[in-house]
Write a protein that binds this ligand. Structure first.
Ligand code: SF4
Ligand code: SF4
Length: 384
């Protein structure tokens, strides 16, 4: 079967295995088929030798968290994330992956009204304790939250879909911090309802391309920076250049900044205040560390505002959230999370700063006291 992978990309892998210790699914299973090297070999066998796409092959591909922890570890610079996204797209097009119910579940993301209705239903189910605790949903999903009001036109602030519906208080903290640094903020709201990251992970890259084109059309009336407080969304938007392959998409991607990355560039503009008396462990979301590679900015921004920052001794291994992965692969996601929780327990922090909503919810499901870095800065600036 032609997986539509670039043979040059596929052949870049020399099967050295240096990526294996950085792969969470290999670490918890010890199974070669659950490693980057094993998955790349299966891609080759399917594409080059017409090997059948049987249940074992599908299991290997479906179990990848798409954390891309293997990429920085690879001396040959294999573009693993793009290989896996393309593989999933081809298999989803052939109806071998991503069943109809999953495709339906993604529909509300691009439709704010549907998402609000779905969130209201979920809020009721959550209150009635009908939603499994391990999903780590906020105790209270507040669907009628205070809107974000535009305060100027220096930067766009990407509001997105699920995070805006369930964690808008994080958005408010981020916007207050940008304003404290002197930036007037325009929330994107209906101009950019969804970045399409979850859809691309599920092999529905066609939907992601449609959303990317819609967003680019609406936000390209000027060239101001687009600031994002979700690591996964920022990574997806920085990849539009590759996804669409046009100079316009590339130029758009270059305007996208993770909010910690943006504020680290303007740190001197934030007011000097007393640090919070807390010991904070930084949990690097994979899409900030391995994909955007701007995770150091989180430390730069947090350092003046907390008593102590501590590092986890796990080389940034994935926490197992992986977008919808924790829902679709709960056992593996739980095993991977156990390792992260053990690394956190070793450093006994008061708070764990995570710049991705999926990671924060997944870890909160295990009782970890997670908080977005922007909420910490906001608390320090407001003295609360
Ligand atoms: S993306 Fe993550 S889970 Fe998938 S092969 Fe690479 S390291 Fe392993
Ligand atoms: S992906 Fe890179 S690190 Fe992993 S086996 Fe292939 S060449 Fe080696």
């Amino acid at each position: 079967m032609d997986l539509k992978l670039d043979p040059d990309d596929l052949n870049t892998c020399v099967q050295c295995g240096l990526c294996l210790p950085h792969c969470p699914t290999f670490r918890v299973t010890g199974d070669e088929a659950m490693s980057p090297r094993g998955r790349i070999q299966l891609m080759r066998e399917v594409q080059d030798n017409d090997a059948p796409v049987d249940d074992d092959v599908l299991r290997s591909f479906a179990s990848c968290v798409q954390c891309r922890g293997c990429e920085p570890a690879c001396p040959s610079s294999v573009p693993y994330g793009h290989l896996m996204e393309r593989t999933r797209e081809t298999l989803a097009d052939a109806k071998l992956m991503t069943p109809g119910w999953q495709r339906l579940a993604f529909l509300p993301l691009a439709n704010p009204k549907l998402l609000q209705a779905g969130s209201a239903a979920l809020a009721v189910a959550n209150k009635l304790h009908l939603v499994p605790k391990r999903l780590g949903l906020p105790e209270e999903i507040r669907v009628d939250q205070k809107p974000i009001i535009a305060s100027g036109d220096d930067v766009y602030f990407f509001t997105g879909c699920v995070m805006d519906a369930w964690q808008r208080e994080v958005h408010h903290a981020g916007v207050r911090n940008l304003e404290a640094a002197g930036f007037g903020v325009t929330p994107t709201n209906e101009l950019a309802p969804c970045c399409g990251a979850l859809q691309a992970h599920a092999g529905l890259a066609g939907q992601t391309r449609t959303l990317a084109e819609q967003m680019m059309g609406n936000l390209s009336v000027d060239t101001r920076p687009i600031v994002v407080d979700s690591a996964g969304c920022g990574a997806a938007m920085k990849d539009y250049g590759h996804l669409l392959g046009t100079p316009e998409a590339k130029a758009f991607s270059e305007r996208v900044f993770d909010i910690q990355e943006f504020l680290a560039l303007h740190l001197e503009k934030l007011p000097a205040v007393s640090a919070l008396d807390v010991r904070v462990a930084v949990q690097d979301p994979c899409h900030l560390r391995h994909v955007q590679r701007v995770h150091e900015a989180t430390r730069t921004v947090l350092r003046p505002f907390v008593r102590e920052l501590v590092e986890l001794d796990d080389d940034g291994l994935c926490c197992g959230a992986g977008g919808a992965y924790s829902v679709l692969e709960p056992e593996l996601a739980g095993d991977i999370r156990d390792r992260k929780v053990a690394a956190i327990d070793q450093v006994t922090p008061d708070l764990v700063a995570s710049a991705n909503p999926g990671c924060a919810m997944h870890l909160a499901g295990a009782g970890v006291p997670t908080i977005h870095p922007m909420e910490i800065v906001d608390r320090a600036l407001r003295g609360i």
